[in-house]
Design a protein around this ligand. Sequence first.
Ligand SMILES: *Cc1c(COP(=O)(O)O)cnc(C)c1O
Length: 389
Amino acid sequence: MGKKRFETAVIHEGYDAKQMLGSLSTPLFQTSTYEFQSAEHGEKCFRGEDTGYIYTRIGNPTVHVLEKRIAELEGAESGLAFSSGMGAISAVLIALTKANDHVLCSSGLYGCTFGLLMMMKEKYNMTVDFSDFTSKEEIRKQIKPETAVIYVETPINPTMKLIDLQLVAEVAKEFNIPVVVDNTFSSPYLQRPIELGCDVVVHSATKYLNGHGDVIAGLAVGKKDFLDEVAATTQKDIGAVLAPFDAWLLLRGMKTLPLRMDRHCDNAEKIVVKLVDHEKIAAVYYPKKDEGNVYSKQMSRGGGVIAFEIKGSKEDAQKMLNKLTFAKVAVSLGDAETLIEHPATMTHAVIPEEERIKMGIKDNLIRLSVGLEAWEDIWEDLEQALHTF
Ligand SMILES: *Cc1c(COP(=O)(O)O)cnc(C)c1O
């Protein structure tokens, strides 16, 4: 059989039940350590002459199935699992940089990624610049001799602006700079940056990949040589490894990723149409609305997150959120439940006001992670809440 299609790989890749007493479900290896066959076997394992397991921070069979599976789904050589998205992001960024290096980032970044880069800037005298990555000339101008990484999020949270990954990868190749992409919002089902020429993909698997709001986890995929280096250094020695049980839950949650993602997209597309037509809504941001070239080049669908501006104030936004009946006022995204939040006072509150406004995060902006409920119910809940101001 040739390469399996996405929907098959997400269920089967990296696991052979026949080698595990026929257990259909991937066994949970809930162990911290492993007994060697002999003292000599232990010596060989430590020398790397035998692939036997030693200790779960260095490797675990349940976690390995997950790592093989995500690598296959992203079209990458190799994968690694971490105890959180930030565990993955910090391990990758620290492995790729040294003191005095320069990092070029997308102009919108997940808050803790921004915080990590600011800490590295302070401690290691690094420099960090932000780019809209709109043209090759613009990117070339922002690259310095000491640029060590280009780090991109697309769609950008919460404004849902897109960055052309192929364009960024082409310029990065000219300078031999690795491109790291945070693919959390799309999941590999909708967007595969490695296929577009990017080098490393990181995920908060807490979101769509797990999809059930009950795990914090991170993943990174890329070339085997680089991930082996991460595994032996910033993963093993900093130690943000994924617990076997969380890997087991994630393997279970991921089996339905294509089904869930299509439903998230179906629901989001319906809600976008309603929001655009509503008299209390000033603007709606959703990838599909950007019908340009970039969208069709790199995304198969728009995903489940919508941002919108109400014709009202911060207080009106808060009144609206308070009036919702089953949509949950909460951060995070990608769960079965519809989640809604106010970026200016929650996820993006740490960004100074002036910068926040420049990024398009106004006081009347609301971020909605459309859940798997009946879209009509989601809309009815939003609609009645829009009447409160
Ligand atoms: C949530 C999130 C992260 C951080 O992931 P954790 O699993 O919470 O550590 C990073 N990037 C994006 C885009 C996210 O949404």
